[in-house]
Design a protein around this ligand. Sequence first.
Ligand code: PEP
Ligand code: MN
Length: 269
Amino acid sequence: MIVDKNSEGNGCGRVEVGGAVFGAPRLVLIAGPCTVESREQMLEIACAVKEAGASMLRGGAFKPRSSPYAFQGLLGKGLDILAEARERTGLPVVTEVLESSHLSAVAAVADMLQIGSRNMHNSVLLRDAGATGKPVLLKRGMSATIQEYLYAAEYVLDAGSRRVVLCERGIRTFETATRFTLDLSAVPLLKERTWLPVIVDPSHGTGKASLVPAMARAAVACGADGIMMEVHAHPEQALCDGDQSETPEMFFKVVRELRAVAEAVGRTV
Ligand code: PEP
Ligand code: MN
C-alpha cells in the first residue's frame, strides 16, 4: 500500500500547508472554534489564536451534527468568513467537507480539507477529496481500527493526493466519564506503520476543556506532529462543543507548556 512506511512511491513524511509543515521539527498548532458562528466571533478568535502562537486556523462551516435539529453551520457564508479570517491573520485554514457535492466550494477556500470522524468510512468522499490534490486532514473514525484508518488514508492517496495528515481524535469505549477515549498509542503505532504525519485532537478526544492541556502535552511527548484544539472566546456561549473549548487565555498557557515538552523531545513550537 502507498500508506506503508516502506512502500515505493511514498511521500517524504512532510505535508506543507501554506507555510505550516506537518512532520517537520516544528509542531503545527491548529486552533479555532468548533464552528464558525459569526464574522465577529471568527475574526476575534482568529486574531487571538494567532497571537498565542497558532500556525493554522480551524472552524467548521459545514457541521456533521449528531442531531439533525442542532445548528448545522453557516455553510457558504461560513466559508466566506473563514477566507476573511485567513486574510486578516495570514494563517492557513482547515475546514471540514461533509460530502462530495460541496468539494468545489470548500476547496476554493480551504487550504486543507478536513474529513471528519463520521466520514472516515465514506470511500467516495475520500477518493473525491484526494482527487482535488488539496492537502487532506483525515480524522480517525470514532470506532475505526488502525487498519481501517490506514485503508481510509489509502483511498485518498490512491486518488492521487500525497498530502494526507492523520488525526487521532478519540475512540468509543465503555468509558463515559470522557466523551471519547483518546488513543495516544495510535500516534507511535501509526508512525511505525506509515510515513504520514500524525496529529492529535485532545478537544474531541476528551470532551472536557480541563483535560485538554494535559492530553495535548502527552500527545507532544509521544511524538505527535501537531495538535488541533478548539478555542472559543466565550465557551459557555458556543453553539457547538463549548464544554471542550479552551479560552484564548487557556490556549496561550497551553502553548507555553507545549514549548517545554516539545524541547524535551527534540521539537519546537
Ligand atoms: C471537528 O473537528 O470539527 C469535528 C467534527 O471532529 P470529529 O470529526 O473528530 O468529530
Ligand atoms: Mn467540535
